[in-house]
Design a protein around this ligand. Structure first.
Ligand SMILES: [Zn+2]
Length: 90
């Protein structure tokens, strides 16, 4: 009887270990998903929610709404654009 109880205890212990392993794997997967999502994050137009499409400029790439609601510029690109505008219109 005692022997059976011990074996049952072992089984539960094994089960818990398996669950912990699964949990750890799940956490790894979630983390990887998060990293991947950040890498190719798709930006969407705040007005129509359309996915922004990239348009390569001479120096930088901008992401623009296909319906022309607006565009996304990286901070550095925006600064460059500001400099260019200042130079163009002193
Ligand atoms: Zn739009």
């Amino acid at each position: 009887m005692d022997d059976q109880k011990d074996r049952f205890g072992d089984k539960i212990h094994d089960l818990e270990k398996v669950r912990e392993d699964q949990w750890a794997r799940e956490q790894d997967r979630l983390l990887l998903d998060k990293l991947r999502a950040r890498q190719d994050a798709q930006l969407h137009c705040p007005r129509c929610s359309a996915q922004l499409v990239s348009r390569s400029g001479s120096e930088s790439t901008i992401l623009a709404c296909p319906d022309g609601h607006g565009a996304w510029l990286e901070g550095a690109a925006l600064e460059r654009l500001g400099e260019q505008t200042k130079r163009a219109r002193p």
